[in-house]
Design a protein around this ligand. Structure first.
Ligand SMILES: [Zn+2]
Length: 327
């Protein structure tokens, strides 16, 4: 039996999986509010104690965590915890515990997603032995790459969400100035994330916002995008348009950097909530505006991941693959 986890800045998913085929079968999945717990081990302990399977039946675990993983230790970016693979293996008497960057875990999930779990934005023409790029805006911005090596995809982690925001026009230069003045620098996560939406909201509203008053509320970013989709406030509409435009441009940058001829996948919690806006043309226009390589990026398939458990599934795929030693 495999224990898999997707530890995000807001929500933590844990699941028990039966190691069957390349895609392990979920037995039990539970969601936890990350910051309600002092450490990952507290969540794992509660999940195992209340779960349907004897503790002794679990032999391996893999957790995707929102932050860089170095030598089996993860320092989470938006959570005040440190996670150590060795300590978890000892505490829960597991044969093996692996830690992955959360986007690297989601990248393992990409290798087993079915058609019904994605929504195609650009059909393109996939090159089966090409590379894949993965970009995911949610609490933060995650980026990962899957390189095709010796007949299989090898997911690689990245901290590309903290790379610099590349402004392309007057509207984005104004945003860049505001971000640098308020944050010291403009990393792309400060544009493409829940916090990014709040930043864009500030810049896009010359007049008071007609839809969202409490910008400190945890759901403020979702309220802004909902108001924009319902066209209840001109500034919120502008906010979402800037977000979608920048998201398409950064996805296109990833396509170029990865030579992602097997596809670019858009994961994370925000994309499925704003699908009508992503389909409106702005995203793909920005994605394709890459002269002299505009024709090249127009051939790259682009798909939104609809399954909110893609990262958890990916962690289970990795735990299973570690057992079978195929990755
Ligand atoms: Zn507004």
């Amino acid at each position: 039996m495999l224990l898999a986890g997707d530890i995000g800045g807001t929500k933590t998913l844990l699941g028990l999986f039966e190691a069957t085929t390349a895609r392990p079968r979920a037995i039990s999945v539970h969601s936890f509010t990350t910051l309600d717990y002092p450490a990952l081990s507290a969540i794992v302990n509660e999940f195992i104690r209340t779960g349907p399977v004897e503790h002794a039946a679990i032999d391996r675990a893999c957790f995707g965590v929102a932050g860089p993983v170095i030598s089996g230790t993860a320092t989470l970016t938006n959570v005040p915890w440190k996670v150590e693979a060795g300590a978890l293996a000892d505490e829960f008497r597991l044969q093996r515990v692996d830690l992955l960057n959360d986007l690297q875990a989601m990248a393992y999930g990409v290798t087993v997603l079915t058609e019904s779990e994605v929504h195609i934005l650009q059909q393109g023409k996939a090159v089966p032995d090409g590379n894949i790029g993965l970009i995911a805006a949610g609490t933060g911005l995650g980026v990962a790459m899957l390189h095709w090596v010796d007949g299989q995809f090898i997911p690689a982690a990245s901290e590309g969400g903290h790379a610099d925001f590349a402004a392309r026009n007057e509207r984005e230069i104004e945003l860049l100035r505001w971000l640098v003045a308020n944050n010291g620098r403009a990393d792309v996560e400060n544009v493409l994330s829940g916090r990014g939406i709040l930043n864009l909201h500030h810049v896009a509203h010359a007049e008071p916002c007609l839809a969202v008053t409490d910008l400190d509320h945890p759901d403020a970013a979702a309220a802004i995008t909902a108001a924009a989709l319902e066209r209840r406030c001109r500034g919120c509409v502008e906010t979402l348009d800037m977000f979608v435009d920048a998201y398409g441009a950064e996805a296109g940058n990833l396509a170029l950097r990865t030579v992602a001829t097997a596809g670019v996948y858009v994961g994370g919690g925000i994309a499925p909530k704003i699908l009508p806006a992503l389909e409106g043309g702005t995203f793909l226009d920005a994605f394709r505006s890459k002269e002299p390589l505009a024709d090249f990026v127009a051939t790259i398939p682009v798909a939104v991941i609809l399954n909110p458990e893609a990262g958890l599934v990916g962690a289970s795929v990795h735990a299973n693959a570690a057992r079978r030693r195929t990755f």
